[in-house]
Design a protein around this ligand. Sequence first.
Ligand code: HEC
Length: 153
Amino acid sequence: MHDTPEPQDGHNSIPKGWIFFFIVGIICMIGYIASYSPAFSNWSVYKEFDKEMASAKKTESAVAVKDYSGNHEAIEDGKEIFANTCAPCHNGDAKGLIGPNLTAPTLKYGSTKAILFETIAKGRPNGMPSFLPQIGADKISKVIAFLETLRNK
Ligand code: HEC
């Protein structure tokens, strides 16, 4: 009880523990801000962006066409994949059914490996489904090698 008029200041001092955490908090804040400030640290939004683009590119090249031309085993696999996956629309001999003839001398969208990959992986607007999610880049590359054997006769 403090019924005697004595100075109360001593009772109002901030607890040492509180000051300690307050100062630690400020130091952490300064450190955090500095670590994300290009003027003080190596961090930069442009570097982060470049890093992300580089890793995205890596994933992208993992889904690019592989060159299986002339690889007999891959072509046999491609033939089987074509029979199971593509023949219902393009016919077993690839000469066309619902989908166009894939052995025609010129194809509407083009017939380079890269374009064929684009067509098969992503699909085309008039009814060609995208097959990348279903069969993946490797099987698409094998189908392309098989198609080339039909086209280059
Ligand atoms: C559901 C039916 C269907 C299936 C299954 C299908 N296609 Fe197609 N495909 C089409 C149609 C329809 C087109 C025409 C698209 C257009 O003109 O926009 C087409 C177009 C194409 C083209 C482009 C031809 C050109 O003239 O440029 C290629 C290449 C092709 N398909 C390959 C394949 C392969 C390889 C498979 C199997 C992995 C396959 N398709 C499975 C229906 C199908």
